[in-house]
Design a protein around this ligand. Structure first.
Ligand SMILES: *Cc1c(COP(=O)(O)O)cnc(C)c1O
Length: 434
């Protein structure tokens, strides 16, 4: 696969190169020049295959030629070792449950694949790397769990002391091994500042610092896989589906469009946002207006300048009309999100987390307003037990965590705490790592 930057000035690179580099040298995002497409009979032949085998077929077709296939297929199977069931809710609406991985949210798919490919490439070069992540909670836990135990890689997660939930902290700070958790006495912005400063610090060169943030194409591409899997479960043979995608940085939506370009018969995408409606507004007006994010119940979608917008626009030739013809945008109020959680439980005994509820609310509005009878699959991006307090407010009870997490509160927290949020303290701590 050849990839070029959305800013247009870089020479094409391989997938391996783009994955190791993250951001293109001109500051743009890497995007495939051409996406090999599956024919409808090739897609039909995947029907009934387990998720891991669909992943091997899809990712093998897209980028497998850059790897030793036996080793690549093994790492793909290892990355996709949990299910993503599509559950019918009636009336032509289904939920694609992306929350059965280690951190109970869809970011596990991207993080696990990226970590394994990273490890494979370092093994080939006999190299090593230190991944630095600043997090306000969710990204850090997915990256920590994704890279946990991967040889040749050490992970350092920085988070604001006392400002992540106890469950998020447990997911980052109870692993040990190659994952170090570091509390910063300050804010998320302080964490980000420390990481940025470390990246330009020549004295830290020997650590081979690297990032695993969501603009890495190695996190995006594996997300195309579950669109294929869910399509095969939800669509009538050879027919079309609509995907409704709860959106923040719009990486998940962009991965869906990549799947569509790889031949998946997607009629249309519904991009669902909370009050942070930069994309729905753009689809309506043609004006892209970045602004500070406002806080909502679906906080992983509180994004005021979606980082993948450049990719989504480039995939539609930079044309507002073409983008509107493929993606509908819906903004939801907090009350709509809450009402959707209540109504879906009353009607189906199905508990939606606040992010997934934004998707379902938009899916329902789309079906009504467009009078479109195509089956709609809405992406359930997080497990409701991660948002117990919000669910208790609407439904009067807290959903239970899966059995493997029941003891999380008793696991010892191994985090260290920096003396202060200044760069010197962080630098000394990094250099003392063995
Ligand atoms: C990150 C996240 C989103 C938003 O996904 P994007 O790819 O940034 O649009 C939605 N829901 C949950 C639970 C998330 O963690």
């Amino acid at each position: 696969m050849r990839l070029t930057s959305t800013s247009g000035s870089s020479t094409p690179v391989t997938f391996r190169h783009a994955l190791l580099e993250g951001l293109a040298p001109d500051g743009g995002l890497y995007l495939p020049d051409e996406i090999p497409a599956f024919s409808s009979s090739e897609i039909a032949a995947l029907r009934g295959a387990p998720l891991a085998e669909i992943a091997v077929a899809v990712l093998g077709r897209l980028v497998g030629d850059e790897f030793d296939r036996a080793q690549f297929d093994a790492l793909v199977r290892d990355a996709f070792d949990f299910p993503a069931p599509t559950v019918g809710l009636g009336d032509g609406l289904s939920e694609l449950e992306l929350f059965h991985g280690p951190t109970l949210a869809f970011k596990d798919f991207g993080a696990r694949f990226l970590a394994r490919v990273f490890g494979y490439l370092l093994e080939q070069r006999r190299g090593h790397a230190t991944i630095l992540v600043a997090t306000s909670g969710d990204t850090g836990s997915a990256v920590a769990q994704g890279f946990f135990g991967v040889p040749r890689i050490r992970v350092v997660v920085l988070y604001p002391s006392g400002k992540v939930s106890p469950f998020q902290e447990a997911q980052m700070a109870t692993l040990g091994g190659n994952v170090s958790a570091l509390r910063v006495p300050g804010t998320f912005d302080d964490c980000q500042r420390l990481v940025k400063q470390a990246f330009v610090d020549l004295g830290l060169r020997p650590l081979n610092l690297s990032s695993a943030n969501s603009i890495n194409i190695g996190r995006l591409l594996p997300q195309a896989v579950y669109y294929f899997d869910s399509y095969l479960g939800a669509a009538p043979a050879g027919g079309e589906v609509v995907f409704a995608v709860p959106s923040g940085n719009i990486g998940n939506l962009t991965a869906g469009v990549l799947a569509q370009r790889a031949g998946l018969p997607v009629r249309r995408f519904v991009s669902a946002t909370n009050a942070n409606d930069v994309l729905p507004e753009y689809l309506l007006t043609g004006i892209y207006r970045a602004r500070p994010a406002v806080a909502t119940l679906s906080n992983a979608m509180d994004v005021g300048d979606p980082s993948n917008f450049a990719r989504l626009a480039a995939l539609h030739g930079g044309s507002w009309e073409r983008l509107r013809a493929n993606v509908s945008g819906y903004r939801n109020t907090e009350e709509e999100t809450r009402a959707t959680i209540r109504q879906t439980y009353e009607a189906h005994r199905y508990v939606l987390d606040p992010h997934s509820a934004v998707g379902v609310a938009a899916a329902r509005r789309y079906r009504q307003e467009e009078a479109d009878a195509t089956p709609v699959v809405s992406l359930a991006t997080a497990h409701p037990a991660k948002f117990g307090a919000a669910i208790r407010q609407e439904l009067g009870f807290e959903p239970e965590l899966p059995a493997r997490y029941r003891d999380w509160a008793s696991r010892p927290v191994l985090a260290e705490t920096l003396a202060d949020a200044g760069y010197d303290a962080f630098r000394r701590w990094l250099l003392a790592l063995d």
